[in-house]
Design a protein. Structure first.
Ligand SMILES: [Zn+2]
Length: 638
């Protein structure tokens, strides 16, 4: 608990009665006749004290679902409610959360001064890491130092994790949970200029797409296929497309509704990378056009967008499927974003942004349905920054506006006054609504800051933020003796604080051999190595890429030694029948003399071009990757 959190909680208790909404009983729009009656428009006419008290539950929570409407300020919520359900109506998801507060969203300049109008990168980084930063930054602080994210921390603590959006998965809001780059436009290996020093071939952590693969959430869904078709420019997957790389690292790569519905599992052995469009998802409604004077034109109805994806790929459908796949006894953290409220607001497209709010609202309903049934899930619904659209009375004389005919038959004028026609409308700097349900959700009440969301979630899930510490008790398992030229397995166990482990084998004679890196799967990293032909005592050193924890084991190459044989080589990119994770086989036994199994999802088969390193008579075959000769440790993805 920080002092800031304690202060917010105290203030929250005072502010509770004023800022808590009742859970609506039905999502039925009030009719004009109703709201004209005394009390007819009231939303909380009865004493709500008991309902509020009942909605306040202490933590911990087992699961957290964080739903973000990008650019969803109060104007965007209100215009969507007006259009679809009427002014006196209720958004059945967003309006149903019982505890509400407001949060500040300002970002920082690179020298630490307040920047009153933030972007999605700085704001997402704020709730993902608890650290305020500059616009454009993805989970690095103003000095450029990476900050651990909720998704990374939850994963290291043994929770399942998911990241779902209607934008490209490389877009700022999903990216802040899975990547650390100085510039949000560092999408893929081809974003050479944008990535700069973050690029793999410049010694960086790689593009956002490459880091998404390395972060290895159990499930990532959205758009953004285009960047995954690019090929890595450095590292042990150099030359391979990122889709191929993901497959080689054990991912289930899907690209359509059938792929999504066919998923039976999403876990560390076979995480899911689902990208359903090259770019962002098309919105529910076709775009409306705002013009100077447009508010005085005949009011328009929003029409269905023929390009909209199948409802099997709606945000609600993706959220429901994600919850199904992530729900497990150890809990989960899931972020869900409705991305194009912001994007359509930038384009002065009222119908586009309204449809995206309605899509998000359906996803919120799915989250709340699960949370209510589960009883141990916190749901938070909020936004990243306010945006330009305003519901206006008179048509503004010089700025863009649109007139819409709402479902209840009234005219709603929406104006966009932060850019000229054809320009991109701008974000705005007002505080935002933050709403919560479930254990720990009372921490959203009152005036908080966006960074408080990080602490609210960390505290509710009781996460250990010391990721290096989570790898401190790691152990290494390797056979003490191996026969020359035979395969043996080296395993790091209990290394939960890391996402990758790198390895080096130092033979008795000759140069050390770089074993590259493997992904940590449920706290275990397995390397399969072929012993040199030269006899003598060697050493294997495994290092947690994120923690720096170093583990060493002596491996003596002795003629006649009985080396535990690896199991059969799996098909490249396929998930072995055993699920690919033979954790039970490798175990944590220190001797390493048991049947050490071949961990297919981390270990690439020899047929993919095993490297023969010849030096001083020693031959060592690194089997788990295709181009060991191009290993560049600066290219390890974190
Ligand atoms: Zn924006």
């Amino acid at each position: 608990m920080t002092s800031g959190r304690a202060a917010a909680t105290t203030f929250g208790a005072v502010a509770l009665a004023a800022s808590v909404a009742l859970v609506p009983t039905a999502a039925v729009a009030a009719t004009p006749a109703d709201v004209a009656q005394n009390g007819g428009a009231a939303r909380s006419i009865d004493d709500s004290t008991q309902a509020i008290l009942d909605s306040v539950q202490g933590g911990p929570a087992k699961n957290v679902i964080l739903l973000i409407g990008d650019g969803m300020g109060d104007s965007e919520i209100t215009s969507a409610r007006n259009y679809e359900y009427g002014a006196g109506g209720v958004l059945p998801g967003i309006d149903a959360l019982p505890l509400t507060g407001q949060y500040t969203t300002y970002s920082l300049t690179r020298d630490g001064k307040a920047d009153y109008v933030p972007d999605s990168a700085a704001t997402g980084s704020a709730w993902a890491t608890g650290t305020k930063t500059y616009d454009n930054a993805v989970s690095v602080d103003i000095a450029g130092t990476p900050q651990d994210t909720l998704l990374e921390i939850a994963k290291a603590n043994g929770l399942k994790t998911g990241n779902v959006t209607t934008s490209e998965v490389q877009d700022a809001t999903p990216a802040v949970q899975a990547a650390h780059v100085a510039a949000r436009s560092c999408y893929g290996p081809d974003s050479v200029t944008q990535c700069g020093a973050d690029a793999l071939d410049q010694g960086g952590r790689g593009s956002i797409s490459e880091q998404i693969i390395g972060t290895r959430a159990d499930l990532t869904l959205g758009g953004g296929s285009a960047s995954f078709r690019q090929a890595a420019r450095a590292g042990q997957y150099q030359g391979d497309t990122l889709f191929d790389q993901a497959g080689d690292r054990g991912y289930q790569v899907i690209g359509d509704a059938a792929g999504l519905s066919g998923l039976a599992a999403a876990d560390q052995t076979a995480p899911v990378l689902g990208t359903f469009t090259d770019g962002n998802f098309p919105t529910r409604f076709a775009p409306s056009t705002a013009t100077v004077g447009g508010g005085d034109l005949a009011p328009q109805r929003c029409t269905p967008n023929p390009a909209r994806l199948s409802t099997d790929l709606s945000l609600q459908a993706m959220t429901e499927k994600s919850i199904d796949l992530l729900d497990n006894e150890d809990g989960f953290f899931l972020q869900v974003e409705g991305a194009s409220i912001d994007k359509r607001d930038h384009s002065a497209d009222a119908c586009g942004q309204i449809g995206e709010v309605l899509d998000l609202d359906e996803a919120v309903q799915a989250a709340l349905d699960f949370a209510k049934a589960d009883g141990n899930t916190m749901v938070i619904v909020t936004a990243d920054h306010a945006h330009t659209s305003q519901i206006v009375d008179g048509t503004p004389p010089t700025s863009l506006s649109t007139s819409l005919l709402t479902n209840e038959g009234s005219t709603m004028k929406i104006a966009y006054g932060t850019a000229a026609a054809g320009g991109s409308q701008q974000h705005t700097g007002s505080q935002l609504r933050v709403a919560g349900y479930g254990p720990g959700a009372a921490n959203v009440v009152g005036l908080i800051d966006q960074t408080d969301n990080f602490f609210t979630i960390v505290n509710a899930l009781e996460l250990d933020r010391n990721l290096d510490g989570l790898s401190n008790d790691a152990t290494i398992s390797a056979p003490a003796e191996v026969a020359p030229g035979t395969d043996f397995t080296v395993t790091a166990s209990g290394i939960e604080g890391d996402r990758q482990v790198s390895g080096v084998f130092t033979p008795a004679t000759g140069d050390p051999v770089d074993l590259g890196y493997v992904d940590v799967i449920d706290g275990i990293a397995t390397f399969t190595v072929t012993a040199p032909t030269a006899l003598g005592a060697g050493t294997v050193t495994l290092t947690g890429v994120q923690s720096g924890v170093e583990l060493t084991a002596a491996v003596n190459v002795i003629a006649g030694a009985v080396t535990p044989a690896p199991s059969a080589t799996p098909t490249p990119g396929a998930v072995p029948a055993d699920g690919g994770n033979t954790a039970g086989g490798v175990g944590t036994a220190g001797s390493g003399n048991g049947p050490l199994a071949f961990t297919g999802s981390e270990v690439l088969p020899a047929l993919l071009l095993a490297l023969m390193l010849t030096g001083a008579g020693a031959v060592l075959v690194v089997r788990r990757r295709r181009r060991a000769g191009m290993i560049d440790h600066s290219g390890v993805q974190m």
